[in-house]
Design a protein around this ligand. Structure first.
Ligand code: NAD
Length: 498
């Protein structure tokens, strides 16, 4: 039996939105009664009004999280018990995958086929992976002398505040939730104000799976109010943040002004995508370069926004990238054929269009795209845009645009490519295409970035750490390394008297 294709517009018309904060196992409005608009970026219309939490609500959420942590309803359950609950949580995410994908697409504009095939399964798999891992991690006994036993154990940190962005709302949340919940912490998730809807449904599913009240709370609200209140709260033990470098720096300040809470930062990027002249498969590289910047409307922290190409092949290569870009013209995010959707908000649209103007004014050559698209829809669409003749000191090469705008820079040799690639405040990711194994390995070593892709772009799964060098942040999401952030190491000395 073949299944019927889903009528996404029909499903959207029947969807109910959760729009209150989720605290201590219940949906509650903000103490102030304030709300903010959740917008559909594909048409600029209001989807629903969401509770706008502030200091008072954050305080209640932190109190509830602390109470649950101290009571041990989650923190003192065995890893095997937590595993079972989190596995049920992941199963419920798979069961409600269409609904979660729809919430993601309606609220932030990404194509439904990506939300359904990438974001939702990736998020559920993250929860399932940490669930599976947590009862297989052992503690240590130190190699001390005969007279003592030095036990090194991991303990949950306590109350975790996870502050996340709008580009992959569910996935970024699950990268934080998976390891922190598995390790026994209580969590307060603050989704971005542009994209709060999927997080609220997620909390409800976690509760249905058996995550106890107070262990997973969602505080909806603006960054300057709810986010700031979490950063400054005296009883939050760690803020795990994904977002811009600018706001990441604010969190460092909040920590210093309050209780010296731990801060883990996953921030911005300006990924160099390097193509050497000896790359044998230029078509494959060009497709990767185009998807590397246009996937998710370019709203990707590791988007390959700087294309560095050997000047001998540059013109022919850029033509190929533009040809792929022309197949990715933005369209209705709810159409399963659409490969590029809407930019998340009017603000972000204006920011992207401003940068396109800046690029032209700085003297770069606009080769393709550059304009708003589908204006008659009321939505925020931008054409895939390619600049050539960019120098690395231009603003479009240095500043994170977070939109479908590619800056092409040519180089003469490998040394120059590496120098340009590393000449940035960021260090999240880099890629290099070459058919010479020595060039591949030596270049990968010289690139100052947390992830380096050789002859591919954006290869990813949950088993490997992800995070940045330099102002792209510190600490790592994904893999077993992420658990380090959410655990304290305790040394217990026991004297052996005999
Ligand atoms: P943002 O920094 O504006 O917001 C991120 C979060 O911080 C949101 O929840 C927001 O409400 C909150 N926030 C904003 N201002 C705040 C303040 N003054 N005090 C406290 N909290 C505040 O980022 P964004 O626009 O939502 O997302 C885009 C950014 O995220 C880009 O820079 C991108 O590179 C980065 N990002 C990084 C990764 C990564 O893994 N390194 C992944 C995705 C996105």
């Amino acid at each position: 039996m073949t299944s019927q294709p889903i009528n996404w517009h029909g499903e959207a018309a029947n969807l109910t939105f959760r729009n209150n904060a989720f605290i201590d196992g219940k949906f509650v409005s903000a103490q102030s009664g304030d709300v903010f608009d959740a917008i559909n970026p594909a048409n600029g219309k209001i989807l629903t009004k969401v509770a706008s939490c502030d200091v008072a609500d954050v305080d209640i959420a932190v109190h509830s999280a602390r109470k649950a942590f101290e009571a041990g309803v989650w923190s003192r359950r065995s890893p095997a018990e937590r595993k079972k609950v989190l596995q049920r949580f992941a199963e419920l995410m798979y069961k409600h995958a269409d609904e979660l994908a729809l919430l993601e697409t309606l609220n932030m504009g990404k194509p439904i086929s990506d939300a359904r095939s990438i974001d939702v399964p990736g998020s559920a798999n993250t929860i399932a992976w940490y669930a599976e891992a947590i009862d297989k991690i052992y503690d240590e006994i130190a190699p001390t002398g005969h007279g003592a036993l030095g036990m090194i154990t991991r303990e949950a940190v306590g109350v975790v505040a996870a502050v996340v962005p709008w580009n992959f709302p569910l996935l970024m949340a699950c990268w934080k939730l998976g390891p922190s919940l598995a390790a026994g912490n209580s969590v307060i998730l603050k989704p971005a104000e542009q994209s709060p809807l999927s997080a609220l449904r997620l909390a409800e599913l976690a509760s249905e799976a058996g995550v106890p009240d107070g262990v997973f709370n969602v505080v909806t609200g603006l960054g300057e109010t709810a986010g700031r209140a979490l950063g400054l709260h005296m009883d939050v033990d760690i803020v795990t943040f994904t977002g811009s470098t600018e706001v990441g720096k604010l969190f460092m300040g909040y920590s210093g002004q309050s209780n010296l809470k731990r801060i883990a930062l996953e921030c911005g990027g300006k990924t160099p995508h390097i193509v050497m002249a000896d790359c044998a498969n230029l078509d494959e590289a060009a497709t990767a370069a185009a998807f590397g910047i246009f996937f998710n409307q370019g709203e990707v922290c590791n988007a390959g926004s700087r294309l560095l190409v050997d000047r001998k092949i540059k013109d022919a290569f850029v033509e190929k990238v533009i040809a792929v870009g022309k197949t990715l013209i933005p369209g209705d995010p709810l159409d399963p054929q659409t490969k590029m959707g809407a930019i998340v908000s009017k603000n972000q649209l204006d920011r992207v269009l401003d940068y396109i103007e800046v690029g032209s004014k700085e003297g770069a050559t606009l080769l393709s795209g550059g304009k708003q698209h589908l204006t008659e829809t009321g939505g925020y669409f931008v054409e895939p845009t390619v600049f050539d003749g960019v120098t690395n000191s231009m603003r479009i090469a240095q500043e994170e645009i977070f939109g479908p705008v590619l800056a092409t820079i040519s180089f003469a040799d490998t040394d120059e490519a590496v120098r340009i690639a590393n000449d940035t405040i960021y260090g999240l990711a880099a890629a290099v295409w070459t058919d010479n194994i020595d060039t591949a390995l030596s270049t990968a070593r010289r690139l100052r970035a947390g992830s380096v892709w050789v002859n591919n772009f954006d290869e990813s799964n949950i088993t490997v750490p992800f995070g940045g060098y330099k102002q792209s942040g510190f600490g790592r999401d994904k893999s077993l390394h992420a658990i380090d952030k959410y655990t304290e190491l305790k040394t217990t000395w026991i004297k052996i008297r005999a």
